[in-house]
Design a binder for this molecule. Structure first.
Ligand SMILES: [Zn+2]
Length: 278
């Protein structure tokens, strides 16, 4: 599942290419049309002819701002908001043969298309002028996880943390606490902070709180840099070979050499080290 670093890297890569372009064609593919939260015909009517004025991100959603009229000066802005969930991936490609997992294809100019692919069929796409009304959970989203250490200072982080009682793994994935962290980066952050994922928030010492506060930006910034250092190639390929512990059950802990453990389901594994996370 793409999390904050993958979506931020995607935003950084797409924006210079597509910002200011007019959307002149939209194809929605019937087998996956149900993943759009608006009827496909209305979806096409509403977006064709609009200008893509901005690409942004909120938590684990990518947002395309589409302004009315080819000049993009109309007042009516619609937002195309995609929550890729487990398997949604974007692909910037030349028009032509499309993968069978395509949900929709947005055509810019004569040959460039932005596709949403979703082999697992779990993504959600919304077209709205009011995400707070139309996107489930939107208004409850917490601050962006990548703002911890900057806009979210230690005191604000502590206040928010101390209001919660969850286990740390669940806490980090709770989008009302911080938006943008999922299963992979919560493992990486907890490993980096040397905290056990099943530890309860109430057991944290002030030093543990600081360790967590510092690990969040360290991991997210490092991941973003690693992703941006990969060759651009096909944006739909997600290469997470730089991760330290997530998904590496049975391997040696890079810090203490203990064998890494795994809990959770096969689809959502939780990886950690019993040797050095406490
Ligand atoms: Zn270890």
């Amino acid at each position: 599942m793409p999390e904050s670093p993958e979506l931020e890297a995607l935003r950084i890569r797409l924006e210079p290419t597509l910002q200011g372009e007019v959307l002149n064609r939209v194809d929605v593919f019937p087998a996956r049309a149900h993943l759009l939260r608006s009827p496909p015909a209305a979806f096409k009517d509403l977006v064709v002819g609009r200008r893509l004025t901005q690409i942004s991100r909120r938590g684990k959603h990518l947002i395309l701002n589409l302004a009315e009229g080819p000049e993009g000066t109309g007042n009516s802005i619609l937002q195309l908001i995609v929550n890729p969930m487990l398997g949604g991936r974007f692909q910037l490609a030349r028009a032509g043969a499309r993968p069978s997992a395509t949900v929709f294809e947005l055509g810019f100019g004569t040959e460039r298309v932005l596709r949403l692919l979703d082999p697992r069929g779990m993504s959600r796409t919304y077209l709205t002028a009011r995400p707070d009304l139309d996107v489930p959970g939107w208004s409850e989203l917490g601050p962006e996880a990548d703002q911890v250490g900057t806009e979210v200072g230690l005191e604000a982080f502590r206040r928010s943390l101390r209001r919660r009682r969850d286990e740390l793994k669940d806490l980090l994935r709770n989008q009302t606490f911080l938006a943008g962290i999922g299963n992979a980066y919560s493992d990486e952050i907890l490993f980096s902070a040397a905290l056990l994922p099943l530890r309860r928030r109430v057991s944290l010492t002030p030093a543990d709180e600081i360790a967590l506060y510092q690990a969040i930006p360290r991991i997210l910034k490092g991941a973003l840099a690693s992703i941006l250092a990969q060759p651009p190639g096909d944006l739909s390929r997600q290469d997470r070979s730089f991760l330290t512990v997530h998904g590496r059950v049975g391997g040696a802990c890079p810090r203490c050499r203990h064998r890494l453990s795994q809990l959770g389901t096969k689809r959502e594994p939780l990886t950690f080290c019993r040797g050095c996370q406490v």
